[in-house]
Design a binder for this molecule. Structure first.
Ligand code: DC
Length: 335
């Protein structure tokens, strides 16, 4: 007999989520251990004491584990323990080397089993990549690295210093002494110039355009790319940008390229800015996005481009949830 261990987490205590994560966990256990469902003798679940809405055992029954015996128990409340966690022991008849499966927030319980992985999401402005990248990182409990913010911070530093962002020599000089770093507080990225957190100063149209211009200089790109590779080399993360799949991490485990029609992308940015209370003219914004597209995709070093092995998703007629579901499905298919 073999016993396979596993665990997963939910974000909300609802029957729907319990059904979904239990089905996903059991499916992964079965597929990673090359099992047939009728080889499973019994499944024992334990869930943390903050879960009340549904029996994981019932979710297993609904997921098609019809003939084995099932049992759910509640764990004691332990200070500092993982919240909303469902653990499982799957007993199977044959003797195999077990592949234990830890998913979602439970990955941190078994760091030895969790592999580091990177997800590259590239695409033009307004394609929805940052919204989706943030949600995906949250869902996978990994870091989100907004590489655009790094180029924006370079642009801000140049604007403050009176540097002409299109002048290679001036920009190169600026980059030599630029102290730019990315720190995380409560999982949120803060982009720093020296000791100053400039994250809230990076979204203006002027900074956007200057970022696009400054990012074409090799002195800027190589410095930023080095930092991006260093972060991605240390931990699992979702990176969004223009050149992640082609240049920064050509060996990223998962690659996506999001796009949308220029009209839709401009509309999204327009609504985003209106919601923030910023006055903006739609036509001007559309022109600015077109100018950035042109500049980002025609520069000689690491231009905006879909990697050959990236999954292309046209988000023009999709909701954020639909894009997220498509990405997660594609990742699942690849695992
Ligand atoms: O993603 P964003 O709109 O915040 O990016 C701002 C500019 O930075 C973008 O117009 C081009 C540049 N950029 C880049 O060249 N490479 C990246 N990986 C990310 C952004």
């Amino acid at each position: 007999m073999t016993v396979i261990r596993g665990a997963t987490t939910i974000t909300q205590d609802t029957p729907e989520e319990i059904r979904a994560v239990v089905a996903e966990l059991l499916e992964q256990i079965v597929s990673r251990n090359a099992l047939k469902r009728d080889e499973v003798l019994s499944i024992v679940f334990s869930s943390t004491s903050d879960i009340h809405s549904f029996y994981p055992a019932k979710a297993a029954r609904e997921a098609g584990f019809a003939s084995c015996s099932l049992f759910s128990a509640q764990e004691p409340e332990i200070d500092g323990g993982l919240a909303l966690c469902i653990r499982v022991m799957v007993f199977v008849e044959k003797n195999i080397v077990p592949h234990h499966v830890y998913l979602r927030g439970a990955r941190i319980l078994r760091k030895d089993l969790a592999q580091k992985y990177n997800i590259a999401i590239d695409g033009p402005a307004g394609s929805g990549k940052s919204t989706v990248a943030k949600l995906l990182a949250n869902d996978c409990h990994i870091l989100y690295l907004d590489t655009g913010a790094m180029y924006r911070a370079c642009a801000l530093a140049a604007m403050r210093a009176g540097t002409d962002v299109s002048d290679e020599v001036q920009v190169c000089e600026l980059m030599r002494d630029l102290s730019l770093s990315v720190v995380y507080r409560d999982g949120v990225q803060h982009t720093m110039l020296g000791d100053e957190d400039v994250s809230h100063l990076l979204r203006s149209p002027e900074v956007s355009m200057a970022a696009s211009t400054i990012s074409r200089h090799p002195s800027v790109r190589m410095k930023m790319v080095e930092k991006q590779r260093e972060i991605a080399g240390k931990m699992s993360c979702v990176l969004d940008g223009r050149d992640i799949g082609t240049f920064v991490l050509p060996d990223a485990d998962f690659k996506f390229f999001l796009t949308a029609t220029p009209e839709v992308r401009a509309r999204r940015r327009y609504e985003e800015m209106l919601a923030k209370g910023e006055q903006v003219d739609f036509e001007t914004l559309k022109q600015e996005i077109a100018a950035r597209d042109e500049q980002d995709s025609t520069r000689s070093l690491a231009p905006l481009k879909k990697a050959d092995d990236a999954v292309l998703i046209d988000t023009s007629d999709m909701t954020v949830d639909q894009v997220l579901d498509t990405i997660k499905r594609k990742m699942q298919e690849k695992i």
